[in-house]
Design a protein around this ligand. Structure first.
Ligand SMILES: [Zn+2]
Length: 247
């Protein structure tokens, strides 16, 4: 499979479109708003037309501003669309079995992206995304081999222990569910340990400069969802290589 393959281009476009839908979920899920219905400009409240809703392209044509009131549109929109497109192509390139399993993996990675952005913005991970993520991860593990037991237990147990010890201060209950899903996705416990290692290294690389420059107080909570997502992606792409180097 090559990234200029028509199938890869199809996955990329599908990812862009789902990324656009992801932006709708990011805006509306935390506020318990209806998912259906047209998007509008948050400032002038004018409904967006079809030409305003083409992933990436609209943002570039409008130069990042609302057509009606020139209010700046957040970079989050094109970034989530592009990220989603890239994740769809990655899913196609790394899935071990078939196009069918690639679609599952693509949606799983897409869910992790959406949950990560919501976690950064609101410090919660909605169950409306978390639970489907776990279910899809179980199905994916079944389609590509077997449903693991130890990996999800270790991943979820690690966060459950921290959640219990800190009475929910260090990690949220959403992290436990997310970690269980990641355990099912990765399948073996060695991968889970590497994922945790990479997540904590990535987390420290972000947290230490923030602490140093006092942008975040020591007691403030850094959303951990995005780092779990990064750790998971790294293990999915290079897990075998990392294990070979470590062992
Ligand atoms: Zn506007």
């Amino acid at each position: 499979m090559n990234i200029t393959d028509p199938l890869a281009i199809f996955f990329f476009v599908l990812g862009l479109v789902l990324g656009s839908f992801g932006n709708v979920l990011i805006e509306r899920l935390p506020k318990n708003k209806k998912i259906s219905g047209r998007s509008q400009c948050p400032k002038c409240k004018k409904q967006l037309g079809n030409l305003d809703l083409i992933p990436i392209v609209s943002f570039m044509l409008l130069q990042g501003k609302c057509r009606h009131c020139s209010e700046r549109i957040s970079n989050q929109y094109p970034l989530v669309e592009l990220g989603s497109g890239i994740l769809f192509v990655i899913a196609l390139l790394i899935t071990p079995v078939s196009v069918f399993s690639a679609i599952f993996l693509a949606v799983i990675l897409w869910l992790m992206l959406i949950m990560s952005v919501i976690d950064v913005k609101t410090h919660t991970i909605p169950d409306a995304l978390n639970i489907p993520f776990v279910i899809l991860a179980i199905i994916y593990s079944y389609v590509t081999g077997y449903i693991p037991i130890l990996a999800p237990l270790i991943a979820a147990g690690f966060f459950f222990a921290q959640w219990r010890m800190s009475a929910g201060k260090w990690v949220g209950s959403g992290d436990i569910i997310l970690a269980a899903g990641i355990g099912f996705l990765l399948g073996n416990w060695e991968y889970v340990l590497v994922m945790l290692g990479v997540s904590y290294i990535a987390g420290s690389l972000v947290a230490l400069p923030l602490l140093f420059f006092k942008k975040k107080g020591e007691k403030e909570h850094l959303a951990f969802g995005p780092f779990l997502a990064i750790g998971t992606l790294v293990v999915l792409m290079w897990g075998d290589l990392i294990l070979r180097i470590l062992i």
